[in-house]
Design a protein around this ligand. Structure first.
Ligand code: NI
Length: 136
């Protein structure tokens, strides 16, 4: 089994808050991320697929096609957007890095045909990232 990773970037704004909680509780749980006028992140996205190398191409998947899919399904939808209000696939969800990684998986997975999606790694800051492997 061979693993191939494509790295992409996007910038987006969000706010973490729970509308059922008062301001004090939101601040105590989410800290600065609850700032009501939003804040931004420069996200780095690693999409890893796995499979066997095709003997004719040597590829498990054409990296150009993977890049095109990520652009069409993910970065064109998320880049320079407000994750709380602009993104149809995040509607009604808390736009945390964890939830975002899972949603990115769900958007990409059906389009990856010749091999398997293995991991969505989403880096929010230099100090924190999440990885999602498709498990519930
Ligand atoms: Ni944040």
């Amino acid at each position: 089994m061979i693993y191939l990773t494509r790295i992409e970037h996007f910038n987006a704004a969000h706010r973490l808050y729970n509308e059922h909680w008062d301001e004090e509780k939101n601040i105590s749980i989410f800290g600065k991320c609850a700032n009501q006028n939003w804040h931004g992140h420069n996200y780095e996205l690693h999409v890893t697929v796995k499979g066997k190398a095709n003997p004719e191409t040597g590829f498990i998947m054409n990296a150009k096609e993977l890049s095109r899919l990520i652009k069409e399904k993910i970065t064109d939808v998320l880049d320079h957007r407000n994750l709380n209000v602009d993104v149809p696939f995040l509607k009604g969800l808390q736009p945390s890095t964890e939830v975002l990684a899972k949603c990115i998986w769900q958007q990409l997975e059906p389009s990856i045909k010749e091999c398997q999606l293995h991991c969505i790694k989403l880096i929010e800051t230099h100090a924190i990232y999440v990885e999602y492997f498709g498990e519930e």
